[in-house]
Design a protein. Sequence first.
Length: 225
Amino acid sequence: MKPKSENYLVLVDFDGTITQNDVGALLFNSLSGEKSKRVVSQWMKGEISSKECLERECELIEITKKELKNFALSQKIDENFLDFVDLCKRERMDLAILSDGLDYYIKLILKKYHLEDIPFYSNTVRFQGRRLIPQFPYYDKGCGNCGNCKKYHLKNLRGAKQKVVYIGDGLSDKCAVAEADFVFAKNDLKTFCQKEKIDYFEFKDFRDVISVFQSNLLEHLRKSC
């Protein structure tokens, strides 16, 4: 579905950006005895796709639906994100979440904070006993290296007159940032932007994002539209 706003589309990563922890990494590291770190290292080096990375991480662990639900509900978001959502509503900016993680925990965490009306696009998962079976509904539409390519969603969601703001923290965001008009980056995404000479605003949490929006970005966006 195309966004309704004619001016602004804000796309936000989930794990480690909206949430305080990288939920997926914490899940796989804790249940695999950190064996998943070797798999993630291969992905970060470009030796495997993020699709293969997630498949192999799921193979390393066992967990029931109830256990995963309890784990998900124990996770916290950056509380400043709630204020940012309010800002997006006031300024009539479309907001969506893009994740290369799993829908099951994303849904639960968003519902916990009464944010379930925000659309999100991610990989999905089904349970087979104590096994997680990841599924990739958007894989064939993307770059071939991502389980859920965020560049595809950016292009699909972006209206003809919209400026795109992208907010993220990791390498799963790298396909999207080259297409965005404004980028907020931290951690591995910040390093990637520096390497690729992509302009970005550095942030630690959504308090910083809100500050940039209020101080100059909103006015810049209004003037450029």
